[in-house]
Ligand binder design. Structure first.
Ligand SMILES: [Zn+2]
Length: 267
């Protein structure tokens, strides 16, 4: 497939972060190309549907690369307990074939934990490949991206059209990805509906999340508490207790965070 040399290539998965990156570039008057890789990931079907639907709506060129690595993914899962180590590096490297001006890999500030989606990766990619790789959201969380989205990009696309779910139907409301996504949607005020995943995944939230609430980054902690407290009466009794206790404990932080988010929405 041909692509004009010198355009920005966005590694695209149909989720909030990479779609937000496309919208930011469009809003700045640029003409990005979306790049999606079907490498045999377990949730590739809803992803494919989403990336094609979104690019069509935004009238953006989409390049799809297909390489079936599902056997290797199964081995990697067993060996490293990880869906696919270094998949971001692989996707970005394939993107180099199209000789873009730059490559966007939309990592959020609280998610830069894997080596190939980290500040070091953004720093060093250019040294080896001579093309810059960056994230426009390197200082932002998903909640903050959605605040800006509501204020500036809603005219292009509703954020609910994005997909990021570890199941084959794209919006199971019963996985950790859905839970994280809904925290951001509720905390940002993008939606005003109780997300069923807060009930379905209560064990994950009560156990895995709240056991680490004190060591979470400030943004992650406050966003989670803001989102859960909004629908406190619908939560399980145990979750209600955890939310009340921590909302009191972190009251000042939460107030500060709410102000920050409101400022982003008023841009
Ligand atoms: Zn899900």
């Amino acid at each position: 497939m041909n692509m004009d040399i010198g355009r920005t290539l966005v590694c695209f998965s149909g989720g909030v972060d990479s779609t937000g990156a496309l919208l930011k570039l469009i809003d700045e008057g640029k003409n990005p190309v979306a790049f999606w890789c079907d490498y045999g990931q377990p949730y590739n079907e809803p992803e494919k549907e989403a990336v094609e639907r979104i690019c069509k709506k935004l009238n953006i060129q989409l390049i799809e690369a297909i390489l079936d690595l599902s056997d290797l993914i199964a081995i990697g899962g067993k060996k490293f307990g990880h869906v696919f180590p270094a998949r971001n590096l692989m996707i970005a490297s394939i993107g180099l074939c199209f000789k873009p001006k730059e490559i966007v890999l939309a990592g959020l500030c609280d998610e830069l934990v894997v080596p190939d989606k980290s500040l070091r990766m953004y720093d060093e990619f250019i040294k080896y490949f001579e093309i810059p790789l960056y994230s426009p959201f390197v200082n932002m969380t998903k909640t903050e991206v959605l605040c800006v989205w509501k204020a500036k990009w809603d005219k292009y696309l509703n954020a609910k059209e994005t997909v990021s779910c570890y199941s084959n139907n794209g919006d199971c409301q019963d996985c950790s990805s859905c839970a994280k996504r809904k925290v951001a949607f509720v905390a940002s005020g993008y939606t005003n509906q109780y997300p069923q995943v807060f009930t379905n995944q209560h064990e994950l939230i009560e156990g895995h999340w709240f056991s680490r609430v004190d060591i979470f980054q400030y943004e992650r902690r406050t966003d989670m508490l803001i989102a859960l407290s909004k629908y406190q009466e619908k939560l399980t009794p145990k979750l209600q207790e955890l939310v009340s206790y921590n909302c009191q404990k972190y009251k000042e932080e939460i107030d500060k965070r709410k102000n920050q988010l409101n400022e982003l929405k008023e841009q």
